[in-house]
Design a binder for this molecule. Structure first.
Ligand SMILES: [Zn+2]
Length: 329
């Protein structure tokens, strides 16, 4: 049996950047900058710090600003999202600053967003909602609690995975079944509708604190901007950092693993996208309940105990598929 390694033992190779120069937005909302080319074109939005302890996206946005990004078509909206949580980031105890009151990436259903409940994250989401809803193309930059190859989270619709195939990065494209705890930003409105031309992607750049996550964030951001056409393609591609993968594959989630109590434990190593070869292999247990691999070559998607709580999704299980199997719409 392999016990979960304490996540706090991972070295922190990235330093949180100073984002205070971008506090004053240009549309009346702090840390929201809308750059308008003055020419027709797509409405493109990029968001960092949906989770306050995921530094790579903030580093990539700061880099983008410092490179003097200027759209040539349409508009480009750049957002540092959960700035209140980010302000609490503490390298000695980096996990609590994921959010202040609740997960900002679970509040995007209308019933929650326009409901009567209040929280630090709901106030922020309500301020960001007009920008999210105006966007045609959205990139949300994240990182993961446990070591894992970069992973593009495409929501529940194949169209977003097809868009990631057009981008050419990363190698692994995740289509999942949503989060029981609430709607994510990349699923909101047209982004989650197969019939809508809108596209949204969530890049998981690697483990939260690894230096490579910053490179993946910058590389993905530049390729995304180049592909949307909102910036000059040559300008963006000259600023990429990595060789694209030779081939891409889809990971299609079939089910989640939901902890029942704080006694939950994994019986396999906590490495994202690792494969359990044989159906029936024990994967995890919680008291007298055991989870088994449901099929041969079960892929373990983002297993983590960093935010373990009764009822929390601690991993998802899926299968690799060729990108050729992606559905239209
Ligand atoms: Zn995240």
């Amino acid at each position: 049996m392999t016990q979960a390694r304490p996540v706090a033992s991972l070295p922190i190779e990235l330093a949180p950047p100073d984002i205070s120069p971008w506090r004053q937005g240009n549309r009346g909302v702090e840390f929201v900058h809308v750059l308008d080319s003055g020419r027709p074109g797509p409405n493109v939005m990029v968001q960092a710090l949906t989770h306050g302890n995921e530094l790579c996206g903030a580093l990539a946005l700061v880099h983008l600003f410092e490179q003097g990004v200027a759209p040539v078509r349409g508009t480009l909206t750049l957002v540092f999202a959960n700035v209140d949580a980010y302000a609490r980031f503490d390298p000695a105890d980096p996990h609590p600053s994921r959010f202040a009151d609740e997960d900002l990436n679970r509040v995007w259903a209308d019933a929650v967003l326009f409901g009567s409940r209040d929280s630090s994250e709901l106030r922020r989401a309500r301020a960001l909602q007009p920008f999210v809803d105006a966007a045609d193309l959205l990139l949300d930059m994240h990182s993961m609690s446990e070591p894992c190859r970069p992973l593009m989270v495409c929501g529940r619709v194949d169209k977003n995975a097809r868009y990631a195939v057009e981008l050419g990065v990363p190698a692994d494209l995740l289509i999942d079944t949503g989060q029981a705890a609430g709607l994510r930003m990349i699923e909101r409105g047209g982004f989650g509708d197969p019939a809508s031309p809108k596209r949204a992607l969530l890049i998981e750049c690697g483990q939260h604190w690894e230096a490579a996550a910053q490179e993946v964030a910058i590389d993905t951001l530049m390729r995304f901007l180049a592909h949307t056409g909102v910036v000059d393609r040559g300008w963006a591609l000259a600023r990429t950092r990595r060789v694209p993968p030779a081939r891409q594959q889809v990971v299609r989630v079939t089910e989640g693993v939901v902890a029942r109590s704080m006694a939950f434990e994994f019986l396999v190593p906590l490495v994202g996208l690792s494969v359990v070869q044989r159906a029936g292999t024990p994967i995890a247990r919680d008291g007298d309940h055991t989870w088994f691999a449901p099929y041969d070559n079960t892929v373990l998607v983002m297993p983590s105990l960093a935010h373990l709580a009764p009822g929390s999704t601690v991993a998802r299980l899926g299968r690799f598929e060729p990108v050729q199997a992606l559905q239209r719409g």
